[in-house]
Design a protein around this ligand. Structure first.
Ligand code: MG
Length: 366
């Protein structure tokens, strides 16, 4: 078997970010976890985590499905890579900056295949913008033909990149530069604009936009006499109420299912079964708080909720603001991130005949 070791660089500082970019989860996973998953799915069968004090703790908590080792980072990226190369051995090494956490397994796989067949595989993208060199007083157009922007992963035959690192070329800032200085011609494989590096705060915002998760929820409860009508934690004076094992707050239920769906978690029927006496007459807004806590334990936080109440009677408008405030405080999101509406079905369907109340909800998470 070809021994393909990923050198995952997790020792960078977050000076330009003002945010611990490698160790704080984005939509449930840290940059280190996301990079690791792509490297393994792309073909790495061993991993060397190059860490500093902050990332060492994160790495210790990450389950890794292939043999792994921890390498102490150096003062510079170059020292870090060299520490990893000198302390290990393999056939192909795939060097990757953990801050490029949106790398795909396909890019990793292409880099590895190219390194196996041609000695190197370096993710790079052609420059498409017009380039100028400017000194302030004059400007000169640069021909962009044949120009590439280097990314990672950068994969090499292990012996060749190790020898290149031992050459000590002081000006080199990345692996490819050293490889070139050692007399090799690097092979580029297509990277991606989405394989950007978390460097500035706007990069974090971009990653968050790409990783936002969505879910939908729907619930219906029967309207019967002798029950309270509770929606979004608000008790609404009405001649009937909703039937259910819990307080039958159909709005809270639909919102919970939307949130759980967005998080890829089991639905409320699994979490709070109606056969469990613990949930008899349960306050659904408290269940909603426990759903928020469950999401938080999975490093996910609600962003927005939108829900539509489908009921012929009673009129919902006087109560929507209070429902919204209750949902917003249960979910720890601003009221403006909760939108509620109500509709009748003009006398049609079971809602229209006053047999039930239904709610449709959409939620997003990060
Ligand atoms: Mg329900």
């Amino acid at each position: 078997m070809t021994r393909i070791e990923a050198v995952l660089l997790c020792a960078g500082s977050s000076d330009r970010m003002g945010f611990d970019k490698l160790n704080i989860p984005i939509a449930g996973k840290t940059a280190i976890e996301r990079s690791l998953e792509a490297l393994i799915a792309g073909g790495a069968n061993a991993v060397a985590f190059v860490v500093n004090a902050a990332s060492e703790k994160t790495v210790a908590d990450i389950p890794c499905s292939v043999p792994s080792r921890i390498v102490e980072g150096g003062r510079t990226r170059r020292e870090s890579v060299r520490n990893a190369l000198e302390s290990g051995s393999c056939d192909i090494v795939v060097i990757h900056d953990a801050a490029r956490c949106l790398v795909t397994p396909e890019i990793v796989g292409e880099c590895i295949r190219s390194a196996v067949s041609s000695g190197s595989g370096i993710a790079a993208i052609p420059v498409v913008d017009t380039l100028f060199r400017s000194s302030g007083e004059s400007a000169e157009l640069i021909d962009r033909a044949g120009l590439y922007r280097m990314q990672t992963p950068q994969a090499f035959r292990y012996r060749e990149i190790l020898e290149a690192y031992r050459l000590n070329v002081p000006s080199a800032t990345d692996d490819c530069t050293l490889y070139l200085a050692a007399g090799h011609v690097p092979c580029f494989v297509p990277g991606s604009e989405d394989n950007f590096k978390l460097t500035y705060p706007e990069d974090l915002a971009r990653a968050q936009r790409m990783l936002t998760r969505y879910g939908t929820g729907f619930d219906t409860h029967r309207l019967v006499e002798g029950r309270k009508l509770i929606l979004g934690g608000v008790e609404i004076p009405f001649e009937k109420g909703l039937l259910g094992h819990s307080d039958a707050d159909v709005l809270a239920h639909a919102v919970m299912d939307a949130l759980l769906g967005a998080g890829g978690l089991p639905d409320i029927g699994h979490l709070f079964p109606d056969t469990d006496p613990a949930y008899k007459d349960a306050d659904s807004m408290r269940l909603l708080c426990s759903v928020r806590d469950l999401l938080n334990r999975n490093h996910l936080s609600p962003l927005q909720v939108s829900a539509e109440i489908i009921a012929q009677k009673p009129k919902m408008a006087p109560y929507l603001d209070r429902m919204r405030d209750n949902l917003s405080s249960a979910l720890s999101i601003p009221p403006e991130n909760v939108s509620l509406s109500a509709t009748t079905t003009e006398g049609m369907n079971d809602e229209g005949r006053g047999l039930c109340i239904s709610v449709r909800a959409v939620a997003s998470l990060l």
